[in-house]
Design a protein around this ligand. Structure first.
Ligand code: WT7
Length: 647
């Protein structure tokens, strides 16, 4: 390992922080000595209708597997994000909306947001939505996205937000899996000046979703869209006939709050289910600690609400903490590569949180677009979604943050609800590329392939040996799959699917997924999903997909495709396959490289040897390993000879 530069905690941060180093260490000791007391205090940050007496009730073991937090507590998430702030902060800005068009932005106070949420809650009720029903939300990044989520929470409906970049097929699969009766969408979305045909996509999806009885359409662009009589309604036609007051539904802490679909290494996407009390407590606790947050500060997380980062750090964490949260409709490079920083200046953003892929893309444009802006309001920077390479970290620190802002590199997953490992700006010295240390109460462990616990400075598979309140509770409709996916590889532990290195200071460095999941621009994709899309094409006999290092995206998508014998390889079929995957899954899943392969390397028992495919995709031919177990070793020579051009 080469020398790593260490960035000590700035004195002013240690002084102002919720937790300085001593307090962080004390918190970690307290969880060990008095877990019930510690976790009870975490629950106190929320307003409960009935405060819980059952705090933690968890077993990761097969015999009595269960995860319950605050199990007898009663609360409502929307009350915690809205009502409880009204008396003191009703006129404070809750949401700053920055439209795709840089000339348009609006603000909503807590009072206004509360009224809008209640109104939409009443509209949902009027359409027959009841506690426990699932509602699918397919919206652009507009305030109504947060309003829709909170409206569901207010009446106890379970939302399933589907990212606006997903295709009709992907929407349909997600609606069918959780059996939503109602969909909330918009006429169109706007991103980087381009139109996203949201309503048309929903119409296409609903051809295979007969269970959906109502579609509520928010007008965003005012475009004319087809409306199916009886099923589709413009929100503007519904909202004025209902009241802007709505009593919140009392929810048990373990009642579901939302489902969010995420890709795994096998099969169709899993409906990750999060519950009410533990999730909100963890989103709020981590938002306060990691960003050293105080009410009223302007906080901007650039993630889309279609991903978990948007759930926890655009909507739930910030609003629970009385934040002013920014909802940004656009993209980092539209109209210019100064956009992020112009928005920071315009709205005096104090804490800015984005993905390494965006930082790398902007870094490539040079320093000038950054330096054209002030950025004086920014005090703290954050990253999430994938490992950040030290070069990008250093650029973010030096050019964007002018060496004045600590960077919190937050490691977590859809499954974990909110951050598990991250520096705390007032407590943790930074090392570029490391997510540093676990938050209090989080218990990482490295194990080898056989499950042997690894100590000291070492590489291994990352597990968590104990629960935290924000942990997912089940895979919707398939509890067995939940257990099998996360708790069966290393019995008694939650396995993250990530590899990590621990250094001599106990700092963690995530090395990436060790399963067949790839991380493309911070978006998680199962290689199996892309393969299944490819083989769905008439011309394809077989396909294998792997990731390879990509300068901007982190990982690119490399597809080995065996065409049917009657189909000739050509550039046109290559373009066709690319288009096909875009249509099947969504534009962000478009293959970067498609290599036509007369055969795939297989063991004699017929298993595709992905290790070899990964090496070839990485252009690392020195180390193809043992190919002697292959059914037909000549296949590899052909793959090497015809390997594709990476872009
Ligand atoms: C996977 C989870 C966390 C919300 C967004 C992604 C990778 C996430 C980091 C980080 C290195 C990271 C992991 C993880 N990941 N954050 N700071 N450093 N890797 O959520 O789609 O559920 O993906 O993203 O591989 O397992 P997700």
């Amino acid at each position: 390992m080469s020398e790593v530069e260490v960035f000590p905690v700035p004195a002013e941060w240690a002084k102002r922080a919720h937790l300085d180093q001593a307090a962080y260490e004390a918190a970690c000791r307290r969880v060990e000595a008095d877990p019930t007391g510690f976790w009870t205090d975490v629950a106190r940050r929320l307003d409960w209708m009935t405060f819980p007496t059952e705090i933690k009730d968890v077993s990761f073991n097969k015999e009595d597997f269960h995860i319950r937090w605050y199990g007898d507590g009663i609360l409502n998430v929307s009350v915690n994000c809205l009502d409880r702030h009204l008396a003191t902060r009703g006129d404070q800005t809750a949401i700053i909306w920055e439209a795709d068009d840089p000339h348009i932005s609006t603000k909503l106070t807590y009072k206004e947001l509360h009224a809008r949420v209640c109104r939409m809650a009443n509209v949902l009720k009027a359409k027959g939505v009841r506690k426990g029903d699932r509602v699918t939300i397919y919206l652009p990044m507009i305030p109504d996205a947060a309003v829709a989520m909170l409206a569901c929470a207010r009446i106890g409906a379970v939302h399933s937000v589907v990212f606006g970049g997903f295709s009709p097929d992907s929407i349909a699969g997600r609606i069918q899996d959780c059996d939503s009766k109602l969909v909330i969408t918009a006429d169109e979305g706007l991103r980087g000046g381009k139109v996203v045909p949201l309503k048309l996509n929903v119409d296409e999806a609903l051809k295979t979703c007969p269970g959906v009885t109502d579609v509520i359409v928010i007008r965003r662009t005012q475009a004319e869209v087809p409306m199916t009589a009886g099923r589709d309604h413009f929100y503007s036609d519904l909202k004025d006939s209902v009241s802007d007051r709505c009593d919140p539904e009392p929810m048990n802490a373990e009642d579901p709050l939302f489902i969010l679909y995420t890709s795994g290494s096998t099969g169709k996407p899993k409906g990750v289910l999060h519950t009410t009390g533990g999730y909100l407590a963890w989103a709020s606790y981590t938002h306060e600690l990691v960003f050293d947050y105080r009410p009223g500060e302007v906080f901007w997380c650039t993630a889309d609400v279609g991903w978990v980062t948007g759930h926890s750090y655009v909507v739930y964490g910030p609003l629970a903490n009385a934040a002013t949260t920014v909802i940004f409709e656009g993209v980092p490079n539209y109209p210019t590569s100064s956009r992020f920083w112009e928005v920071c200046d315009r709205h005096q953003v104090e804490i800015f949180y984005t993905a390494p892929t965006a930082i790398r893309a902007l870094m490539r444009e040079g320093d000038a677009p950054v330096k054209a802006t002030s950025r004086k309001s920014i005090r703290l920077l954050g990253t999430v979604g994938e490992p950040i390479n030290p070069e990008a970290w250093l650029w973010y620190h030096r050019v964007v943050g002018e060496e004045r802002c600590p960077i919190v590199d937050t490691w977590w997953q859809t499954e974990t609800g909110a951050t598990l490992m991250s520096p705390l700006p007032g407590a943790t010295a930074l090392k570029p590329g490391s997510c540093t240390k676990p938050l209090p109460g989080v218990k990482p462990q490295l194990v080898d392939a056989d499950g042997k616990v690894l100590e000291g400075a070492i590489n291994g598979n990352l597990c968590l040996t104990d629960s935290w309140p924000g942990q997912m509770r089940t895979v919707y409709g398939d509890h067995q799959r939940f257990f099998d996916t996360y708790f069966s590889t290393y019995p008694g532990k939650y396995f993250t699917g990530d590899g990590a290195r621990r250094d001599e200071d106990g700092y963690y460095w995530i090395t990436g997924r060790v399963d067949d999941v790839i991380n493309v621009s911070g978006h998680r994709l199962g290689t199996a999903e892309i393969e299944s899309a490819l083989v769905g094409h008439d011309g394809v006999a077989e396909a294998a997909v792997v990731g390879y290092p990509h300068e901007i995206k982190g990982q690119g998508i490399y597809c080995y495709v065996t065409l049917r014998t009657d189909v000739e390889p050509s550039d046109s079929i290559r373009a066709d396959l690319r288009q096909w995957v875009r249509r099947e899954i969504g534009p962000f899943a478009a293959p970067d490289v498609i290599q036509f392969a007369p055969g795939l390397p297989k063991t004699r028992s017929g298993k595709i040897m992905r290790r070899i495919l990964r090496k070839i995709a990485e252009d690392d031919l020195s180390n193809l390993g043992d190919t002697s177990t292959l059914a037909d070793p000549a296949v590899v020579d052909d793959l090497v000879k015809n390997r594709g051009h990476r872009r």
